[in-house]
Design a protein around this ligand. Structure first.
Ligand SMILES: Cc1cc2nc3c(=O)[nH]c(=O)nc-3n(C[C@H](O)[C@H](O)[C@H](O)COP(=O)(O)OP(=O)(O)OC[C@H]3O[C@@H](n4cnc5c(N)ncnc54)[C@H](O)[C@@H]3O)c2cc1C
Length: 303
């Protein structure tokens, strides 16, 4: 039996997509086709998909909401497991402030739902479009906050669908890094410790952060957020700006005119355009400041 036939026997809630353009699943709107793309709706579905892929030695690529990904133009061989809508449960213990979420829920949604009940801690995350799973993997953060310190427990499945759980300290969070990057695990649930606060204050902080983003970032344009990590002692966006690179283009990829830290797809950019522009930015910043910019976006797929 072929792998595709084996997948059909799993009777998943949603069909596995074949030869699916990754441009449709990434905020950059860039990327070639995935051979197969599954959208599980439960931990059980994640487990059976991982088990089937392991049994057929099919490579698996994990993704969340695709907001930090640059998929190369030839796409992805094997199975893409998209943990996004479908794994979005949300429950808070109003006594303790312990929030348990499906890994597919967006950080922004988690922040807003918590705020409605007067729970704070996630204000920084209200404009981050990624999933909880992607956020703990990346240790997402903004405006002085990070997900790492809020994590109480992360539940993840290994390549044969076996469940593992981790406490915050086991995940060794640091700037845009977690120990999940060194493991082949699919995060299915995240527990965060929030704290009860003043509802109005929480809402006001979130409004302030959203206004700051709208005024300084190309919100609504196709991008993957900050292209490069913050180098030690400097800001990538400031270096790129000072190197005179705002507005620089390769094909339809452009260094945002609004925020030099973002590369935007102005319409129909290829991954090659984005990669060439990233190289151009890295070279110019190195020539001018002797600083090496390291990508924050995860670059995956075949050239
Ligand atoms: C407009 C915009 C603004 C942004 N602002 C910020 C910001 O302020 N701060 C910030 O930190 N980021 C920001 N980002 C980037 C992005 O939202 C975060 O990195 C986010 O955490 C990525 O989550 P995701 O679900 O989209 O992950 P994806 O992009 O789908 O994947 C990113 C990585 O996480 C892994 N991953 C995803 N889900 C899982 C899972 N369930 N299990 C195991 N591994 C998984 C993937 O394998 C991949 O390596 C921004 C992006 C955009 C488009």
């Amino acid at each position: 039996m072929s792998f595709e036939a084996a997948l059909e026997k799993l009777h998943l809630a949603r069909p596995v997509l074949k030869n699916e353009s990754m441009a449709r699943h990434t905020s950059f709107k860039v990327g070639g086709p995935a051979d197969l793309l599954a959208r599980p709706v439960s931990s059980r579905e994640v487990a059976v998909l991982l088990q089937a892929a392991a049994a057929y030695a099919v490579p698996v690529t994990l993704m969340g909401r695709g907001t930090n990904l640059l998929v190369r133009d030839k796409g992805i061989r094997g199975l893409v497991l998209k943990v996004a809508d479908g794994l979005e449960e949300w429950a808070i213990d109003e006594e303790t402030g312990l929030l348990r979420c499906g890994a597919g829920l967006s950080l922004a949604a988690a922040a807003h739902k918590a705020a409605e009940l007067g729970f704070g801690g996630l204000e920084f995350a209200c404009g981050i479009p990624g999933s909880l799973g992607g956020a703990v993997y990346m240790n997402a953060g903004a405006y002085g906050g990070e997900i790492g310190p809020l994590v109480a427990k992360v539940t993840a499945l290994d390549e044969v669908g076996k469940e593992h759980s981790f406490k915050s300290e086991e995940l060794q969070f640091s700037y845009r890094h977690s120990a999940l990057m060194e493991k082949e695990l699919c995060v299915t649930h995240v527990e965060l410790q929030l704290s009860l606060g003043d509802k109005e204050k929480i809402r006001a902080t979130m409004e302030e952060i959203k206004a700051k983003r709208r005024s300084s970032q190309p919100v609504g344009e196709a991008s993957a957020g900050s292209t490069f990590k913050r180098p030690p002692g400097a800001f990538a966006a400031a270096l790129i700006d000072q190197a005179g690179l705002k507005g620089t283009r390769v094909g339809a990829a452009q260094v945002s005119l609004k925020h030099a830290g973002f590369i935007v797809n102005t319409g129909g950019a290829t991954a090659r355009d984005v990669l060439d522009l990233m190289i151009c930015v890295q070279e110019k910043v190195w020539e001018k400041f002797r600083v090496r910019l390291e990508p924050e976006v995860k670059i995956i797929g075949e050239e």
